[in-house]
Design a protein around this ligand. Structure first.
Ligand code: SAH
Length: 212
C-alpha cells in the first residue's frame, strides 16, 4: 500500500533539495499544510505541488515557498509585507521567521478563511487586510522585506518605494504564465541589484483598475 506524504516526508524532500536552511525547513514542517488546502485535496496536502484553493487561485508549491522564504533572509527583526495572502500558508511560514507580517489580499472570502487559520494556529504577529497590494501598504511602510506571491508584469515601483534601504523584495515577473522569472531585488543606497532565482508559475497580480 502506498502511504500518503506527511509533514515529515515533505520536510525530507525539501531537505534533499539542498538549498534550504534548517530554519526554513523547520518552519515549513511546523505549519501543517492540511490547514490550508480544501477538503477535496486533504490527501495531497503534503505533496510537493501547488493545489487549487478556490476563486481560480492556488496555494504555491512547497519548493517555491521554501525558495522565496529562503531568499528573504529572515530573522526576528524583519518587518515583512506580503502581497497575495491566498490561503495564508506562505504568510504563516513567514510569521515563524520574522517580527511581523503585513499581508494584503484582494479576494475577501480567501482573506476571511486565512484570518481564521491564523487565529486557529495562534499566530499573533500577522496583520492581514483586504486591499489592492499593487499599491502596497503606505501607512505601515517602509518594510525591510517584501514578498509578492502573484506575478507582476514588471517590478512594481510603488512597492520598491516602500522597501527600506538594505531591504529585499522577492517578486515573480513575467507577461504570461509560461515566462515568469522569480526576482530577488536588493535595494542599496545608490542602486538596485536584481538576481534571477529561476522560472516559476504564479497566478497574475491584478490591480483594481484591471478588475477580474
Ligand atoms: N501565498 C498564497 C498563494 C497566493 S495565490 C498561499 O500561500 O496560499 C495569489 C494570491 O494573490 C491570490 O489569492 C490573489 O487573489 C492575490 N492577488 C492577486 N492580485 C492581488 C493584488 N493586487 N492585491 C492583493 N492580492 C492579490
Amino acid at each position: 500500500m502506498l502511504s500518503l506524504p506527511t509533514a515529515d516526508t515533505l520536510r525530507a524532500q525539501l531537505a534533499a533539495d539542498g538549498r534550504f536552511s534548517e530554519n526554513v525547513l523547520n518552519a515549513i514542517h511546523d505549519i501543517p499544510r492540511t490547514f490550508f488546502v480544501p477538503e477535496a485535496f486533504q490527501d495531497r496536502a503534503f505533496e510537493n505541488s501547488s493545489l487549487p484553493i478556490g476563486l481560480h487561485q492556488t496555494i504555491s508549491q512547497p519548493t517555491v515557498v521554501a525558495l522565496m522564504t529562503e531568499a528573504l533572509q529572515l530573522d526576528d527583526r524583519q518587518k515583512v509585507l506580503e502581497i497575495g495572502t491566498g490561503s495564508g500558508y506562505q504568510t504563516s511560514i513567514l510569521s515563524k521567521l520574522c517580527r511581523r507580517v503585513y499581508s494584503l489580499e484582494r479576494h475577501k472570502p480567501l482573506l476571511a478563511k486565512a484570518e481564521e487559520r491564523f487565529r486557529q494556529l495562534g499566530l499573533t504577529n500577522v496583520v492581514a487586510r483586504f486591499g489592492d497590494g499593487s499599491m502596497g501598504w503606505k501607512e505601515q511602510a517602509p518594510f525591510s522585506r517584501i514578498i509578492v506571491t502573484a506575478a507582476a508584469i514588471d517590478v512594481p515601483e510603488v512597492l520598491l518605494d516602500q522597501l527600506d534601504v538594505g531591504g529585499i523584495m522577492i517578486v515573480p515577473v513575467g507577461l504570461d504564465e509560461r515566462t515568469q522569472e522569480l526576482l530577488k531585488i536588493t535595494k542599496h543606497e545608490d542602486d538596485i541589484v536584481t538576481e534571477e532565482l529561476g522560472e516559476v508559475r504564479f497566478v497574475p497580480l491584478i490591480s483594481d483598475e484591471e478588475g477580474g
